[in-house]
Write a protein that binds this ligand. Structure first.
Ligand code: ADE
Ligand code: ZN
Length: 340
């Protein structure tokens, strides 16, 4: 496909985004505006110098900058504006369903109340549902570099708002912080009715994916790149239809892969894994959903069938009801059938 045709094709696909950190959608322009209105001094004197700092050799180098940027978020309005900016952006890319993460501890550890964070996010998500027709699920992520006791405190804080939260996740520095560290808090989260996901096998080994499945009992793995190191694990993912939410531009920017041509997506699809494409932290990694689809499709020479499969997989992997999933999947199929 010619690159213009490819861009147009991707733009038209009805898409679901299942791996997105709201704090990672914080565009430098909005960060500067918010820093000004909140009287916070940033370490960078211009938007350009901030953008120049977005060069990472690994996950930790990114996380250090990402947590610093998040310190600008203070008021309910800030969380609202952040979420709304993300929704309007992905609306322009024909994203019709989102399942987004937020990291409460990044904010509560700075003295921001849990209710301030969640109310801002929730109000924007609701507005997006009504005005942009984007359905949503909200996932609260525990920071794995902190203790399990700290995650328990976050779980407690979330309980008054549990009707607004669909699931819990596990993110931040993976190496040295295995899923096994969080067994009890995941069990308690499930008992409160939360669905469970975890980042695993991004930088960490395939063993962490096993732990996320067997010890935490997650129903979806975020990233999961390293599963290909272990054939028995691949079989398990295929048999149980455990989705992997892949983020190609993130993988490239964090040096999980050296070049896009090395991305394991096609190998995963060919093995029957329910792989999906998402953006992770689009403000930091150079692209939202369309750009992730485009760069991957270009580098891996994806054909229309593969693009359609990826779009279908994302709805399949979502937490929508079977009826709504079917509706979206039909729309994807109709769209591809309508292409000449
Ligand atoms: N938090 C935000 N983005 C992340 C990623 N790619 N891995 C782990 N934690 C994250
Ligand atoms: Zn992530």
């Amino acid at each position: 496909m010619k690159s213009l045709d490819l861009q147009k094709t991707i733009q038209g696909i009805p898409k679901a985004e299942l791996h997105l950190h709201l704090e990672g959608s914080f565009e430098p322009e909005l960060m500067f505006e918010m820093a000004k209105r909140n009287n916070i001094a940033l370490d960078y004197d211009s938007i350009d110098s901030l953008k120049k700092a977005y060069q990472f050799n690994n996950l930790q180098e990114f996380l250090d900058i990402y947590y610093t940027g998040a310190q600008v978020l203070i008021h309910e309005q800030d969380f609202y504006d952040l979420t709304w900016a993300y929704l309007t952006k992905v609306h322009s890319q024909n994203v019709v369903h989102v399942e987004v993460f937020f990291d409460p501890q990044t904010h509560t550890d700075r003295g921001i109340e849990f209710d301030v964070i969640i109310k801002g996010i929730y109000k924007a998500l609701e507005k997006g549902k009504v005005e942009l027709n984007i359905s949503y699920k909200l996932i609260m992520s525990y920071l794995r570099h902190l203790s399990e006791a700290a995650a328990f405190e976050t779980l407690e804080s979330s309980i008054p708002f549990k009707e607004l939260i669909d699931g819990v996740g596990l993110d931040s520095s993976e190496k040295g912080n295995p899923p096994s560290k969080f067994v009890k808090v995941f069990e308690a989260s499930a008992n409160h009715g939360y669905k469970l996901v975890a980042h695993a096998g991004e930088e960490g080994p395939a063993d962490y994916i096993w732990e996320a499945l067997d010890l935490l009992k997650v129903i979806r793995i975020d990233h999961g790149n390293r599963c290909l190191d272990d054939e028995a694990l691949v079989q398990r993912l295929v048999e149980k239809k455990i989705p992997l939410t892949l983020c190609p531009l993130s993988n490239l920017e964090l040096k999980v892969i050296q070049k896009m041509e090395d991305h394991p997506l096609v190998e995963m699809l060919s093995k029957g894994i329910l792989a999906t494409i998402h953006s992770d932290d689009p403000a930091y990694f150079g692209g939202y959903m369309n750009e992730n689809y485009y760069e991957t499709a270009k580098a891996l020479n994806l054909n229309k069938e593969q693009l359609m499969q990826l779009a279908i997989n994302a709805f399949e992997a979502s937490w929508l009801s079977s009826e709504v999933k079917e509706k979206h999947i039909s729309a994807v199929k109709n769209y591809f059938n309508s292409l000449s």
